[in-house]
Design a protein around this ligand. Sequence first.
Ligand code: CU
Length: 119
Amino acid sequence: MRKMFTIRAVLASIFVAAGLGFLPAAAHPSVDVVASNWKFAPATIELHVGQTTTLRLTSSEGVHGLKSDELGIPQTTIMPGSWATVQVTPAKAGTYILHCTIVCGAGHPNMALTVHVVP
Ligand SMILES: [Cu+2]
């Protein structure tokens, strides 16, 4: 009886927390990308035309950056220990190569994220 009450209380507080915005609302699909020296993982992601996706960007090593005028991604600094989030709604199908926008060392010129935008 007591246990039952506890579970219900926990569930109730989760709903309250979600309602107050303490929990992230799963409004859009999200894709996590981890930058390091000198790559993005995954190196290739897939997005859909007209569908808003939240890109969640962090780094496991070094400071990196991402930007795409074509995809509407503003200059975004990617730092260890924090997540940068960017909403992307691709307008046009195609393959977009996004190079790291912050000079990050020897492998910087080859550091790129490939974004396939499919219908
Ligand atoms: Cu970089």
